[in-house]
Design a protein. Structure first.
Length: 46
């Protein structure tokens, strides 16, 4: 399995879309990645 490393442009896109309230599933679809990958790569540290 290949590791997903988001580009700076993808990071800006995710931040903007999340700020507008776009659901994670829709953001993942837009980026052509799995929703689980999105949650794992952009999860806030607890």
């Amino acid at each position: 399995m290949r590791r997903y490393d988001p580009t700076p442009d993808q990071r800006r896109t995710v931040k903007a879309m999340a700020g507008f309230g776009v659901p994670h599933v829709d953001i993942a679809t837009f980026l052509e990645i799995d929703a689980k990958t999105l949650r794992n790569r952009w999860r806030r540290p607890s």
